[in-house]
Unconditional design. Structure first.
Ligand code: AMP
Length: 181
């Protein structure tokens, strides 16, 4: 299982999709799963750029990982999003014999994210909500990376402001040496 971390608009879903195709994995986005859930209150929270509770998202993630054969053959886009989720995932993966191969961190400046997302037009892509989501990412990225490093999980950081093709080639060039299992 490969984890993806990055601000909104960094290119996580595009790069996650490309990497999944390359590795024969499935790319799973917690944002997409949550948007598909029949729960108005949850959707309201998402529109305001607020996070959904750790327990709710952890349950979803657990189910998705166990559905696959082998259970870890996925790219997880948008999870973990809090240090608590990161700790939970490290411990759950260990207990269930699922390998966390690496954390792929795609970085980007707020200005580039704002520019990209305004043209995407999703309902939670309003500039003030993007700023909120960006700040949330900035607060948790360091602690999440620290938890992964402490758990011996390799972290690969790539500058997402470059073209899709360039980011893709940087990721592909480095991912094999950086995967733990
Ligand atoms: P995304 O599609 O990754 O930008 O996620 C869209 C929204 O879904 C986020 O702004 C959150 O409201 C919610 N969400 C996605 N992943 C998580 C997560 N791991 N924990 C909590 N909320 C999440």
């Amino acid at each position: 299982m490969i984890l993806m971390l990055g601000p909104p608009g960094a290119g996580k879903s595009v790069q996650g999709g490309l990497l999944a195709a390359e590795l024969g994995y499935v790319s799973i986005s917690t944002g997409v799963l949550l948007r598909a859930a029949a729960d108005d209150e949850l959707h309201e929270r998402m529109l305001r750029g607020e996070l959904i509770s750790d327990e709710t998202v952890q349950e979803l993630v657990k189910k998705e990982i166990l559905k696959l054969h082998p259970p870890g053959s996925l790219i997880l886009d948008g999870f973990p999003r809090t240090p608590e989720q990161a700790k939970w995932l490290v411990s759950w993966a260990k207990d269930n014999d699922v390998c966390i191969e690496c954390l792929l961190h795609i970085t980007n400046e707020l200005d580039v994210c704002l520019e990209r997302l305004t043209s995407r037009g999703r309902h939670d892509d309003k500039p003030e909500v993007v700023r909120e989501r960006y700040e949330m990412y900035r607060d948790v990225a360091g602690p999440i990376i620290e938890i992964m490093v402490d758990a011996g999980i390799p972290v690969l950081t790539v500058d997402g402001s470059q073209s899709i093709e360039l980011v893709r080639s940087l990721v592909f060039a480095q991912i094999d040496q950086r995967r733990k299992c």
